[in-house]
Ligand binder design. Structure first.
Ligand code: PLP
Length: 452
């Protein structure tokens, strides 16, 4: 595996000659001394107001939206088109189509690559619920391939093992906004003639081998939901270099009317069984306004994440998410790391997070296990699945066993701790405070574990 901590080493070298980014050294600048807040010490970040999300600057942003509102042209038209052209150019694909959200971007891509009832789609279990739901929405069978513990990303070896005659597509989800091992996924797909849809819903402007995520697979999907790195409230996009596919997607999202048809026409005949999931002009205007800042914000998050990782990798029991050699730029919609209880004097993850929150650092345990939840059984019980799939394939207990992913369960139930992207938007000093808070908890872990 070509994963290394070189990236962390590279990032710490920018601190300056002779300076090593270990908690011990920066501990001299930001004192590690004193008890953790949960043991009665002064909270590290007591007065801290973390950067708010989303960010709206009335002086620069509002005019875009007000212009649209005053125009009375609110359904998809020129502003949406301008946003699509800009997003395609930003990601480095020929085309972009906006839709109502990331979930529907995935459904649009799957549908228009012809993925449907009877097909299997391979996806990682460590992801947002929208991903398996999109697979079910097209009547296909979600097949979970485990993630790697170190990277949190879809494991290409596991994908290879899950490919069958029925496999049609791989959903490469760039979790946390950092790249999947795309070289290996694309090689597998080529060998087995599979479609690769990149789920870049957390990966705006992130890169792999110098290419922006979403531009490497057969199509890429984005979300502009309020928490995402480019927030519009709701919104999504499909990007691709495949013109025929994009024409179909456009038609699909606009009532099946032929690509290029005006929005609002009622006389033309529909050429495919589409739906209606168009973005509005005022949503596109918000997108255009916030796109102005995305580049700068992405660089800040990436630098802060690398800096934080360089410090945290020196704390026993804390394992920052590792990146592939070619994952040269991260979007860090999330900043996840692994927490190993045994190296923290038996302090449980729950109690560790409580101690960290007491220092003023918001954190969570992230995703729950998705491979055995009732939504799957609900789909299997539906008329479509009952009609299409043989009984053995709909045996829920057998499905749950076959789709069990041990690494995913370790991350979900034991090890993962997350920060959200807005924590990475402040100064570098914030990262030092977070690392110091964690170091301080580590130094008093046994005592914290004793709290009842
Ligand atoms: C947010 C998200 C989606 C869904 O996007 P919505 O806009 O919320 O529908 C899909 N996949 C991943 C990985 C996401 O994080």
């Amino acid at each position: 595996m070509d994963i290394s901590r070189r990236k962390f080493i590279v990032s710490s070298s920018v601190l300056g000659a002779g300076m090593v980014a270990s908690p011990m050294v920066f501990g001299k600048r930001v004192s590690v001394a004193g008890k953790p807040a949960i043991l009665g010490g002064e909270p590290m970040l007591a007065q801290k107001v973390w950067p708010k999300w989303p960010r709206w600057n009335p002086a620069t942003d509002e005019k875009h939206v007000v212009e649209v509102l005053r125009s009375g042209v609110w359904s998809r038209a020129k502003v949406t088109q301008r946003f699509e052209e800009k997003w395609a150019k930003t990601i480095g694909t020929n085309r972009c189509l906006t839709v109502v959200n990331g979930t529907n971007a995935l459904i649009t891509a799957l549908t228009n690559f012809g993925v449907g009832p009877g097909d299997e789609v391979i996806l990682p279990p460590y992801t947002f619920i929208a991903v398996p739901l999109a697979v079910l929405a097209v009547g296909a069978m979600p097949i979970f391939a485990d993630v790697e513990l170190k990277t949190f990303q879809l494991d290409p070896d596991q994908v290879a093992q899950k490919i069958t005659q029925r496999t049609k597509a791989i959903l490469a989800v760039h979790i946390a906004g950092v790249s999947v091992d795309m070289d290996r996924i694309m090689a597998l797909a080529k060998e087995r003639n599979l479609i690769v849809i990149e789920d870049a819903c957390q990966a705006h402007l992130a890169e792999y081998g110098g290419k922006r995520l979403g531009s490497i697979g057969h199509a890429g999907c984005f979300s502009f939901q309020n928490s995402k790195n480019l927030p519009i409230g709701e919104g999504g996009a499909v990007v691709s270099n495949n013109g025929d596919f994009m024409d179909r997607c456009y038609s699909y999202h606009n009532l099946g009317l032929p690509y290029g048809s005006m929005v609002g026409i009622v006389s033309a005949s529909s050429v495919l069984a589409g739906t209606k999931i168009r973005l509005t002009e005022y949503q596109a205007a918000i997108g255009l306004a916030l796109l102005e800042r995305l580049d700068e914000e992405t660089i800040i998050r990436d630098e802060n994440a690398q800096y934080l990782s360089s410090m945290l990798s020196d704390v026993p029991g804390i394992y920052p998410m590792e990146l592939y050699e070619k994952a040269n730029k991260g979007a860090y919609h999330l900043y996840p790391f692994r927490y190993v209880e045994a190296e923290f004097g038996g302090l449980s993850r729950e109690q560790f997070m409580k101690a960290l929150r007491a220092e003023g650092v918001p954190c969570s345990s992230g995703y729950a296990v998705l491979t055995d939840q009732p939504y799957l059984k609900d789909a299997f019980d539906s008329p479509l699945y009952q009609h299409v799939y043989p009984k053995e394939q709909l045996d829920f207990d057998a499905y749950v066993v076959a789709n069990r992913c041990p690494n995913n369960e370790t991350l979900c139930k034991e090890q993962a701790v997350w920060f959200t992207q807005n924590l990475l938007l402040g100064p570098k000093a914030d990262m030092e405070l977070i690392a110091t808070a964690i170091t301080r908890i580590h130094q008093h872990a046994a005592q914290v574990a004793d709290i009842k």
